[in-house]
Design a protein around this ligand. Structure first.
Ligand code: C2E
Ligand code: MG
Ligand code: MG
Length: 627
């Protein structure tokens, strides 16, 4: 009833009362007065009863009735507990949930946290604070808030099923902390974890960071597409996880993370022996080189790895990571596929390499690159049959810089593409110039780096340069390393085939360091294998290396390939290689890499001094100009 209708009702009631008084006072007969009085009394009694019903009830009562319905109608469980924790009331929602969770009605307390009594104590101690607990109940997650009603000395518990909500929350948290492609924890989680471990390691515990970057991964994705790239990253992840499981005994708590595109990290907390992180990194370096499969195709990848160790290489997460990164960059500069532990000098070197990169950009414009030529000698005739073209960079301040320092840098930055093209053109032009001048016809062996090999249309470039310079394709040999050849064998086979169709010669450099199988070698249209210097170096001191060298020579010959050994430094090595039937040799013992003019002098000289020293009877003359 509104206030206005209530006012009108009271006004009407008072008017009628006045009328009755008038009639009762002024009625003529006593009987009439009595009749009017009786009728009016009846009417007023009814009206009063109606009116009182219609008058508002005291507000508190209505509120109480309404509130009393609240817990009963609430679809979520509501429980009232006595001071000692017994359930003294439960609503329909509570019984419904208990049924859903597979409980019986008499076990209604099962909806509460198991340690509810302690919690009640906590609530009683701090009644003004809202306390909410989350806890699992048969595959569900429940949240319970408990309030203490001091005046009644009882507790009220309100329960909600937050299973869906907590799943979404868990998924969001997982997404924020994990990489979606590989499912590995990500950089954010790494950073949180490293801080946790460091906070706990104040008592002298150990911690190491192993940072691993795939070599030339951008080249792989550029030439093979992102689909294969993603597949390869998943295969790399599976391999690393497998290797970590194998090494569990050494570092049970080591965890793998994916940082970004092709950078992975391992956090090694609490290792027992100081050499463990490096040993683990070595295992990753070696294990990743074995073939990986994506859609049944085989791929080969390598890592550049940097390691930093707490507390010597950094006392906080940021410095440990930065220094592991510096060590990893150093590993990259050294050509990849290697492992570097951080050292203080590396920071200075990193700064130096940055300035080197800036200088390298100008090196070609400023005409600072030069070709050197290292003779390749036929072991039977002793004649120089070809030369390997090796780049030299004369830096305005630092003098001559060797390729091992700047080629990996050029490869990383992409500068290798214009530098490689320049080298190829200059080598072909030089060979043509020598043959036009009537000097010996020498095969020019030019090194092709990974990025060049995967660049768009290398065969087209080679064809154009041969046409421009007019060099006979037979006089050009292209060297790719075994590692590059094995990265994607299908691509290698197709590119080598196109190059072969042009008529150039092809060789596999640094052979013996990768994982070539005989099967691939057979399928590549190559002419020559170059035995890696590391085997030649120990040829006369290490029987294993001697055996590998002998096997490579036998293998090459059975595939009708020629073999050349590089890095020959002593007469003993030369004698041994000749005895094993190696076709050609190259090394400091015969000739160091020479400038164009120095090589011309050599070609005029006779006889080759090294030949007389090892085999006086068969000391042949070098080929004479025009001979
Ligand atoms: P590589 O193709 O295996 O070249 C052979 C390296 O061994 C050369 O080093 C050569 O000077 C060195 N060498 C030759 N004989 C001996 C010896 O008896 N003992 C020792 N210890 N070393 C010997 P260099 O000139 O420093 O070149 C290093 C690497 O840089 C080359 O290895 C090649 O991979 C790369 N490189 C050089 N020039 C070029 C180029 O024009 N393009 C590309 N892409 N890479 C190049
Ligand atoms: Mg070479
Ligand atoms: Mg080599």
């Amino acid at each position: 009833m509104t206030i206005r209708s209530r006012t009108r009702f009271i006004a009407a009631y008072l008017a009628l009362l006045a009328m009755w008084l008038a009639v009762a006072t002024f009625s003529a007969t006593r009987a009439a007065r009595t009749a009017v009085a009786a009728l009016s009394a009846g009417i007023f009694t009814v009206l009063a009863a109606l009116g009182f019903r219609m008058l508002p009830r005291p507000a508190g009562q209505a509120q109480q009735r309404r509130l009393a319905l609240f817990p009963e109608r609430n679809p979520d469980p509501v429980l009232a507990l006595s001071a000692d924790g017994q359930v003294i009331y439960s609503n329909a929602g509570a019984r419904e949930m208990l049924k859903d969770l597979g409980g019986k009605e008499e076990d209604i307390h099962e909806l509460l946290p198991t340690d509810v009594r302690q919690r009640l104590e906590a609530v009683r101690a701090l009644p003004s604070a809202t306390q909410v607990w989350e806890y699992p109940k048969s595959n569900h997650v429940l949240a319970c808030s408990i309030h203490f009603l001091a005046d009644q000395d009882e507790f009220h518990a309100y329960i909600t099923d937050i299973t869906r909500h907590s799943r979404v929350e868990a998924r969001l948290s997982h997404q924020a902390h994990h990489d979606t492609l590989t499912g590995l924890p990500n950089r954010r989680q790494f950073q949180e974890r490293i801080e946790q471990v460091l906070a706990a390691s104040a008592g002298g515990r150990r911690l190491a960071v192993i940072l691993m970057d795939l070599d030339r991964f951008n080249v792989i994705t550029r030439s093979l597409g992102h689909g294969v790239g993603d597949g390869l990253l998943q295969a790399v992840t599976a391999r690393l996880e497998h290797l970590l499981v194998e090494e569990r005994a050494m570092s049970a708590d080591a965890t793998l993370y994916r940082f970004e595109a092709d950078v992975f990290a391992i956090l090694v907390p609490g290792f027992t022996e100081p050499q463990i992180p490096l040993h683990l990194a070595e295992r990753m370096l070696a294990g990743i080189q074995l073939p990986l499969y994506v859609n049944t195709r085989e791929y080969f990848v390598t890592f550049s790895i940097g390691v930093s160790i707490y507390p010597v290489d950094g006392e906080d997460g940021i410095s440990l990571l930065r220094n592991a990164d510096t060590a990893m960059q150093r590993a990259k500069q050294l050509g990849g596929n290697n492992l570097q532990a951080y050292s203080q000098e590396m920071n200075a070197r990193a700064a130096e390499s940055l300035s080197l990169e800036n200088y390298l950009r100008h090196a070609m414009e400023h005409n600072e690159l030069r070709l050197h030529f290292q003779p390749e000698i036929d072991t039977r005739s002793g004649q120089i049959t070809g030369v390997e073209v090796l780049l030299r960079w004369t830096h305005p301040e630092r003098g001559v810089i060797m390729p091992s320092e700047f080629i990996p840098l050029a490869e990383e930055t992409g500068m290798i593409v214009p530098i490689g093209e320049w080298t190829l053109r200059a080598a072909c032009a030089q060979s043509k110039a020598w043959s036009s001048a009537g000097l010996a016809a020498l095969t020019m062996a030019v090194n092709i780096s990974a990025r060049q090999f995967h660049q768009q249309d290398l065969p087209g470039l080679v064809r154009r340069i041969l046409q421009e310079t007019g060099l006979d394709p037979q006089m050009l040999e292209l060297e790719i390393t075994e590692g590059v050849a094995m990265q994607d064998v299908e691509h290698t086979r197709a590119t080598l085939r196109q190059l072969k169709d042009i008529g150039v010669r092809l060789s596999i450099d640094d052979f013996g360091t990768g994982f070539s199988s005989l099967n691939y070698l057979r399928r590549f249209p190559i002419d020559r294998l170059k035995i890696d210097q590391s085997f030649v170096h120990n040829l006369t001191s290490d029987e294993n290396d001697a055996a590998v060298t002998r096997a490579i020579i036998g293998l090459a010959h059975s595939l009708r390939l020629k073999v050349i050994a590089e890095g020959v430094e002593t007469p003993e090595q030369l004698v041994r290689l000749r005895r094993e039937g190696c076709d050609m040799v190259q090394g400091y013992y015969m000739y160091r890499p020479l400038s164009a003019s120095a090589l011309e002098e050599v070609l005029h000289a006779k006889p080759a001094p090294w030949m007389t020293r090892i085999d006086p009877q068969r000391a042949p003359a070098n080929r004479r100009p025009g001979s």
